[in-house]
Design a protein around this ligand. Structure first.
Ligand SMILES: [Zn+2]
Length: 272
């Protein structure tokens, strides 16, 4: 399951390719065809991301909402204008294509998403209301942070579960959950309402930092000493997938347990 940074990278990619330009939208096997007709040929006003959901906002008032889920994937192509589109292989739910600013044909193929649908502006607002604040989106007046803070401080659920709840905070998955809690030296079982506001603030600010690194690098590096250069999968993180291995700070074995069906990695010494 991709975490929020990958969806923001997709939004950036759509903006670079198509922002303020006409986009043809179709559905080779027809499953999304009627919806595609509603937006095909319209200009992409802006692509945005909230957590794991991508919103392609077109200038005719419609928005395509995409949630990749576990199996969804994008594939991008750059073609010359006169080239034929690649042969359709397997199930492609939707294709988005058109000329970019350099006269190249750009094509994005979408396979296997959990959701791909066209929404009106009202329907977009309904979806956004249900989603928690996304640390990657601008928050000039602090309202997004305060919305997150109040949900955490009112909850008797553990902070380990709250960080994975997309209605509390958008875009955090299993890797960032484990790493944020380790970096904050927080016990994942501590209840939201037992945290201090300053601890919630620290979690939020650290999630902004880590997700921004993810957007920039395309990989989830959570150890500050490796921010300049990707050290490879084995060395990027403190606790994620390191069960039974020595903690990088205290040497104690990293623990693993199941929490709401997902694996939770943590250090029982550093995170008391
Ligand atoms: Zn430790």
């Amino acid at each position: 399951m991709p975490e929020g940074h990958t969806v923001h990278r997709s939004a950036n990619q759509f903006n670079r390719a198509f922002r303020s330009r006409g986009v043809t939208v179709d559905s080779p096997q027809g499953r999304f065809a009627q919806s595609a007709d509603l937006v095909s040929g319209a200009k992409l006003r802006l692509a945005t991301a909230v957590g794991k959901q991508l919103f392609l906002n077109f200038d005719n008032g419609y928005t395509v909402r995409i949630h990749l889920g576990i199996y969804g994937k994008w594939r991008w192509y750059q073609l010359d204008e006169q080239d034929e589109l690649p042969t359709v292989r397997g199930e492609i739910r939707a294709r988005f294509y058109g000329l970019d600013g350099k006269g190249k044909m750009r094509l994005a193929e979408l396979r296997g998403p959990t959701a791909c649908e066209v929404l009106t502006q009202d329907e977009v607002q309904q979806v956004l209301k249900r989603l928690g604040s996304d640390p990657l989106n601008p928050d000039p007046d602090d309202q997004e942070y305060l919305r997150f803070e109040s949900k955490v401080l009112k909850s008797s659920k553990s902070i380990g579960l709250l960080l994975m709840d997309q209605s509390v905070i958008s875009g955090i998955g299993n890797v960032y959950r484990a790493e944020l809690l380790f970096r904050a030296q927080l016990n994942p079982h501590q209840r939201g309402k037992d945290l201090l506001a300053s601890q919630v603030r620290e979690l939020w600010e650290d999630s902004v930092r880590l997700l921004e690194v993810g957007v920039k690098k395309g990989v989830m590096i959570t150890r500050d000493e490796h921010l300049a250069k990707d050290p490879g999968k084995q060395h990027r993180n403190f606790v994620y997938k390191r069960e039974g291995k020595p903690c990088r700070v205290c040497g104690n074995d990293i623990s693993i347990e199941l929490a709401a069906g997902r694996k939770l990695y943590w250090c029982t010494v550093c995170q008391r």
